[in-house]
Write a protein that binds this ligand. Structure first.
Ligand SMILES: Cc1cc2nc3c(=O)[nH]c(=O)nc-3n(C[C@H](O)[C@H](O)[C@H](O)COP(=O)(O)OP(=O)(O)OC[C@H]3O[C@@H](n4cnc5c(N)ncnc54)[C@H](O)[C@@H]3O)c2cc1C
Ligand SMILES: NC(=O)c1ccc[n+]([C@@H]2O[C@H](COP(=O)([O-])OP(=O)(O)OC[C@H]3O[C@@H](n4cnc5c(N)ncnc54)[C@H](O)[C@@H]3O)[C@@H](O)[C@H]2O)c1
Length: 494
């Protein structure tokens, strides 16, 4: 049996593991990364990259078809196999930034195989990788997550797709059934519909995008329906069976049936923590098998940190990247008494994490929803909304679905309206993700919301809608002003 020694062993070469490995190697540590499959993980191969590429093509196809209404000649015919080749070309190009050769040049030793814990002690950790023993002073677990498969009757007996297989399609599905109306379900429903597939989207909860403002979900349900997606909310899939001529038939809990050629299961993601012998070394796991960590990303075992999708409900690449860097930093922190900037340990703060659903329009979000702000501050939380229909940029782009909503809250020690700060933003608009970063910057720096109102935004941009929303927190603009936040989830506010 061969053996290796290193300063840091990272389990998983996804976005999180690579961030940890690169942080430690650039600080001069000897780093080994163990990866069972290919470097890049879900984001590069089965997640962000293929889904955003597919959405981009679908948006182009939809725009080309819509162009007829605006006086542009007929276009937008889709060659599905060529689209999928393009998706894989993009993956291949991005994969080059994570290749084993490049990692080696960065001083990172990539070991292919499956990691299992053998022993953890104050002196270090031993991990087995398909027969090779790796001894490491410190370990970061970054093993990611897999598609959850619900215990629905008959599901195991029919062919179904998940994010791990849907981007491997080479023939266009004629009718795609999507189970789950969260981020994956909504993005891929719009992508396939834009490419010309019939799509039925079945969501068990009363509305789509359950983590977002109800108004955002209502806008997206309207947009998808207009694009031809059959949106069934409040419908649980009770059972699944093969269709008579192939394909799949879903029986919904209210008794109706819906048939399609393909089924995509997109009902959430489960931390990938099985098969690593975590219990053998007393690494605590919690809900759904997630590795339990503290704010410094320490696990219950000495010398072992964990980060990214295997630990957090915030399953995003940028969170994995931030946590991976932090875990590697903390693993070699100079003293627990020093602040992070001077080499002490840092804490992960989940409050100011933006995220984006990359539909058209995008749904960008950071911080609290209106209802969450009401819960925290009561009616002292204030809300200002600008609709896309009143935004000149949206009018010039014929993209008037959606709105920007800014939520402001009082400062604890200076509770005066003029000193309110931004505590949340939801934007449903083109480029909403970019607005989410502006709002995140305002929150991270605890900027006065009034400063956002005072900052000149170029005309005509979507950022101007954010500035006008900020202005409405303090005055009346075009006849509209702020209102106190409400607990109501009735979707009537936007
Ligand atoms: C369809 C889809 C679209 C998405 N779109 C976005 C988006 O637009 N923006 C965004 O921010 N996020 C998006 N996400 C989420 C994002 O992909 C994940 O948050 C991110 O990839 C998590 O990175 P990770 O490194 O923590 O995990 P992973 O990428 O899952 O990497 C974990 C790696 O660990 C390896 N591994 C696991 N166990 C072992 C073991 N015992 N031994 C060796 N190797 C092991 C796995 O093979 C894997 O490569 C999307 C996800 C999906 C599914
Ligand atoms: N743009 C992005 O950043 C992006 C895109 C895709 C995924 N992601 C990440 O991946 C995570 C997982 O995405 P997801 O969409 O799989 O999960 P999700 O948790 O966002 O949504 C799953 C949905 O499935 C529904 N559901 C559960 N069981 C069901 C059933 N039996 N029948 C019908 N509906 C059912 C739930 O009510 C929920 O609305 C996201 O939360 C996000 O962290 C991010």
């Amino acid at each position: 049996m061969s053996a290796r020694d290193c300063d840091l062993l990272v389990i998983g070469a996804g976005a999180t593991g690579l961030a940890a490995a690169r942080t430690a190697s650039s600080a001069g540590r000897r780093v080994v990364v163990v990866e069972a499959a290919r470097p890049g993980g879900d984001c590069t191969h089965y997640g962000c990259v293929p889904s955003k590429t597919l959405l981009d093509v679908a948006h182009r196809a939809s725009a080309a078809r819509e162009g007829r209404r605006l006086g542009v000649g007929e276009m937008g015919k889709v060659d599905f196999p060529a689209v999928m080749r393009h998706v894989h070309d993009v993956i291949d190009r991005i994969e080059q930034d994570e290749s084993p050769e490049l990692l080696r040049r960065e001083g990172i030793d990539l070991l292919t195989g499956w990691a299992r814990f053998v022993e953890v002690s104050e002196r270090g950790t031993t991990v087995d990788v398909d027969g090779t023993r790796v001894r490491a002073a410190r370990v970061v677990i970054a093993s990611g997550a897999n598609a959850a498969v619900p215990p629905v009757e008959g599901l195991a007996d029919v062919p179904y797709l998940t994010n791990a297989t849907v981007f491997g399609l080479t023939e266009q599905p004629q009718h795609l059934l999507v189970m789950g109306g969260g981020a994956i379900g909504v993005e891929l429903a719009q992508a396939f519909a834009g490419l010309g597939t019939n799509v039925t989207l079945v969501e068990g909860a009363p509305r789509l995008l359950g983590k977002e403002e109800p108004q955002a979900a209502a806008v997206m349900a309207g947009v998808l329906t207009r694009q031809g997606v059959d949106v069934r909310t409040g419908s649980q899939v009770a059972s699944v069976r093969r269709g008579p001529g192939g394909g799949v038939v879903l029986t919904l809990d209210e008794g109706s049936e819906v048939a399609g050629s393909h089924l995509l299961v997109a009902v959430g993601r489960r931390p990938a923590t099985a098969g690593m012998d975590l219990d053998r070394v007393d690494i605590e796991t919690g809900q759904g098998g997630a590795v339990v960590t503290d704010e410094q990303l320490r696990t219950s075992a000495p010398g072992v940190w964990a980060a990214g999708d295997c630990t957090t409900p915030l399953q995003f690449t940028h969170v994995g990247d931030a946590q991976g860097r932090l875990a590697a930093h903390n693993a070699f922190a100079r003293s627990s008494r020093l602040p992070e900037l001077l080499g002490g340990p840092g804490r992960f703060d989940p409050r100011v994490v933006p995220w984006v659903t990359f539909t058209a329009p995008e749904v960008g979000r950071v911080g609290l929803t209106e209802a969450e702000a009401f819960e925290r501050y009561g009616a002292r939380a204030r809300v200002a909304v600008v609709t896309m229909a009143e935004t000149d940029r949206s009018r010039t782009q014929s993209a008037t679905d959606g709105y920007v909503k800014l939520v402001a809250g009082p400062r604890r020690l200076a509770p005066h309206r003029l000193l309110d700060e931004v505590v949340g933003m939801t934007a449903v608009s083109p480029h909403a993700g970019e607005l989410a970063h502006t709002a995140a910057l305002a929150m991270r720096t605890r900027m006065l919301a009034a400063r956002l109102a005072q900052t000149v935004a170029p005309y005509p941009t979507y950022s101007l809608a954010l500035r006008i929303a900020a202005a409405r927190l303090f005055s009346t603009f075009a006849g509209q002003t702020w209102r106190p936040a409400r607990a109501s989830e009735d979707g009537e506010n936007a």
